[in-house]
Design a protein around this ligand. Structure first.
Ligand SMILES: NC(=O)c1ccc[n+]([C@@H]2O[C@H](COP(=O)([O-])OP(=O)(O)OC[C@H]3O[C@@H](n4cnc5c(N)ncnc54)[C@H](OP(=O)(O)O)[C@@H]3O)[C@@H](O)[C@H]2O)c1
Length: 345
């Protein structure tokens, strides 16, 4: 079966990645991509990797009716237009944070409130490794955020296996590439300012803490660093469990939780140069690599996870979520590998 698809925010970074994925997906046909700034210009003008596409950007005010509408717009846009989006599509997959939290109170606390709180109950959070069973038949899908995804996938087996307790403190340090800031990322993402940096930002109170805690059911203390890469998010998570945890315990928990996951790979030691998760080798792919180590001397467990923020952290996750929601084999359009060797992505 073939589904028609539209992308609102098609000129942005994640919008471009969605168009790349949908173009290669056998079950989707792209009928619309919107941009106000590039209206009437060809998609290849903005996304040179897609210059073969015979498609021009259109005004997001003039939506075509489609089976699935992917919305890749800044925070606040989707919540303001969700009625129109759902009027024009059977399924809306939103890549922003507008429908990821469960309650209006949470948006009051972590954001600037919510314009359409009546939709929060209808939204299904898409991180298929966690919410696979809730996605079939969903009309409004809130695709998981990049920093939250890499952190949740890193920690999930520890929590599922009871190796850490909600009372155990968890400290998460994420390093992110400049594409997280979007095409309009501003000075902080401009090449001269970004080059060579390891710059802490949002040292406390990052909004993704709310998303992580909602999904994992445990508090995390989260800090992010902007680093000199374009694609990628790498999480290092430290916890000091009350009960000792061995390397064998860790292998058991991670193998059990991820045995059947097509997009999660365990990378924990072994030999070679890339012995722990590294975003560079994931660029352009929908994989999350997860690794861990037990630090007996300090009573610590350290977990590593890496993704491409534009793929597993946004567009790939959105297509994965749509596949599951629509009953399409879930790896369809996403089962390709990265490049090696490759320059800094
Ligand atoms: N970048 C990432 O790694 C990442 C990861 C996870 C989630 N996300 C989320 O995904 C969303 C998109 O991120 P991005 O990085 O792709 O941003 P981006 O590169 O800045 O692109 C934003 C897109 O939205 C369009 N847009 C802006 N305001 C709009 C409006 N009022 N109505 C309709 N379209 C509008 C823009 O085009 P015009 O202005 O020309 O219309 C552009 O196509 C954000 O909510 C972001 O938080 C991003």
């Amino acid at each position: 079966m073939s589904y028609t698809a539209g992308v609102v925010g098609g000129s942005g970074f994640t919008g471009g990645e969605l168009l790349r994925l949908l173009d290669g997906h056998p079950d989707f046909e792209i009928v619309q991509a919107t941009s106000r700034q590039y209206e009437k210009r060809s998609v290849g003008t903005v996304h040179p990797n897609l210059r073969h596409l015979d498609l021009r950007f259109s005004d997001p005010a003039d939506l075509d009716s489609v089976d699935v509408l992917f919305t890749a717009t800044p925070h606040g846009v989707s919540m303001g237009r969700i009625d129109a989006f759902l009027d024009h599509a059977d399924v809306v997959v939103d890549l922003s944070a507008d429908f990821r939290l469960a309650t209006e109170d949470a948006y009051d606390r972590w954001y600037d409130g919510h314009d359409a709180p009546e939709y929060l109950d209808r939204a299904v959070y898409a991180l298929p490794e966690l919410t696979r069973d809730e996605l079939p038949g969903a009309e409004l899908i809130a695709s998981g955020g990049c920093n939250a995804t890499v952190t949740i996938l890193g920690l999930l087996p520890l929590i599922a296996a009871g190796l850490v307790d909600p009372a155990d403190r968890i400290v998460v340090d994420v390093k992110v590439g400049s594409s997280e800031g979007g095409a309009g990322g501003g000075a902080a993402s401009s090449h001269p300012e970004r080059s060579g940096i390891v710059r802490p930002y949002a040292p406390t109170g990052h909004r993704h803490e709310a998303e992580i805690e909602t999904q994992l059911g445990t508090q995390v203390a989260f800090t992010a660093h902007a680093v000199d890469m374009i694609r990628g998010a790498a999480a290092t998570c430290h916890t000091f469990p009350a009960e000792a945890v061995s390397r064998k315990d860790l292998w058991g928990a991670y193998r059990e939780r991820y045995a059947d996951e097509p997009f999660v790979r365990l990378v924990a030691g072994g030999s070679g140069v890339y012995r722990y998760p590294e975003p560079k080798v994931l660029a352009g792919t929908n994989y999350c690599d997860v690794g861990f180590a037990a630090d007996a001397r300090n009573g610590r467990v350290v977990v590593f996870a890496a993704i491409d923020n534009m793929m597993k952290g946004s567009a790939g996750q959105a297509v994965h979520g749509a596949n599951v929601a629509l009953g399409i084999e879930e790896t369809t359009g996403l089962d390709f590998h990265g490049l090696h060797p490759v320059g800094a992505p």
